[in-house]
Design a protein around this ligand. Sequence first.
Ligand code: NDP
Length: 324
Amino acid sequence: MKYRHLGRTGIQVSELSFGSWVTFHNQAGVKSAVDMMSAAYDAGVNFFDNAEVYAGGKSESVMGEALKELKWNRGSYLISTKLYWGITEVVNQKNTLNRKYLIEGIAGSLERLQLDYVDLLYCHRPDATTPIEETVWAMHNIIEWGQALYWGTSEWAASEITQAIEFAERHHLHKPVVEQPQYNLFEQGRMNGDYARFYKTYGYGTTIWSPLASGLLTGKYQGGIPKDSRGALKGYEWLSNHLTDEQKLAKVAALEPIAKGLGCSLPQLAIAWCLKNPFVSTVITGASRVEQVHENMKSAAVVDNITPEMMDEMDVIFGMKKAE
Ligand code: NDP
């Protein structure tokens, strides 16, 4: 496993990391979480991603229990969580980045994770109704109180991140250092557009999500939605149009000869493709079972074998370039 600096921070993250969205509590209990986290850690993963809202807080509880069993040295891994949506219907406690919610929210997350601090705390989405200075001050205080070591943003516009950085710099406060955007062969816009320049200017890190587009890029949806897949889970029906889109499935099928030529699987190719982007600090992988973790962790070995011609071919398949 190779490690990359999280933007301009002194922290290094494994280029592949592991997240718990959808899976923990819904598909994986504590035992399965222990197995998967352990498989990832043994492969060199040092960053585990979570969020308050995942399974309504239960994903943090499962990870907390798993960490307790795993008894790893706290210095050897990084944990993140994210706040914004909230887990109650109470006014001021949902869809917000107000000071009250952030300060109460981090306390709840730490309790569920059974940790004294998280390494990274993200604002899970921007909140246009709370002044940016209120959010920056609250995140600064949370860091000063030792409840988080760094803070970041997820799916914020470049202009919103710039505003937060500039406010923090003006007032000598802890500024956000990392963005968590979606990035995969189907979702390249933000990383390749204005963001490329933005990440360079500010040295912002990126921990990218859904490298397999929720499993679509594995090829498992070519014959319909398998019973034991994310696409068949209750509550995730909203994903089914995406997972059965014929145009998207045709693009995935077109990747097969490239994967074959490399002697790797489709998920390994799709994950390795994300790592080709130097602005990616880490690719957060997801898995519902330990075999997938073993398979996905081998993606890092594929990266150097992907030639510029193969990258061009994939750009053509995904409409980023015209065929010559
Ligand atoms: P992926 O797009 O990689 O999807 C992972 C899912 O694909 C797995 O749960 C599994 O689902 C299937 N899969 C994975 N590997 C394989 C394989 N080798 N063969 C077959 N199927 C496979 O990532 P996620 O969407 O899970 O996102 C990763 C992480 O990113 C999350 O856990 C979370 O931490 C973070 N995230 C952050 C968001 C944000 O807003 N900041 C939003 C979403 C995710 P199954 O077996 O059930 O089909």
